[in-house]
Design a binder for this molecule. Structure first.
Ligand code: FES
Length: 100
């Protein structure tokens, strides 16, 4: 089971889970559209380690980038990704409390 390191954490990729699914499960900021290697939305920089692809993806991938939706991770990797930041709920009543 390979370990994925990001700027915020390290986690184990679960069996039969894609890198994209693992990043979503652990609360990372990652974009996606097709989830199958066509659009390139899930591109992320790989900082160390290597991945492979069962079928070479159709989306453009620059050197040093990987597609999180369709790459196969079989060794520990480090990627340039961060956890999602919480944005304030603009309708939360506590925002309007004058006591706080
Ligand atoms: S989500 Fe489209 S290439 Fe990964």
């Amino acid at each position: 089971m390979p370990f994925i390191s990001t700027h915020d954490t390290t986690f184990a990729l679960q069996e039969s889970e894609t890198l994209l699914e693992g990043l979503e499960r652990t609360g990372h900021e990652i974009e996606y559209q097709c989830r199958s290697g066509y659009c390139g939305s899930c591109r992320v920089k790989i900082l160390s380690g290597r991945v492979s692809y069962d079928d070479f993806p159709l989306a453009f991938v620059a050197p040093g980038e990987i597609l999180a939706c369709c790459c196969r991770v079989s060794e520990n990797i480090r990627i340039d990704c961060r956890k999602r930041t919480e944005e304030p709920d603009l309708f939360a009543p506590s925002l309007f409390d004058e006591d706080s």
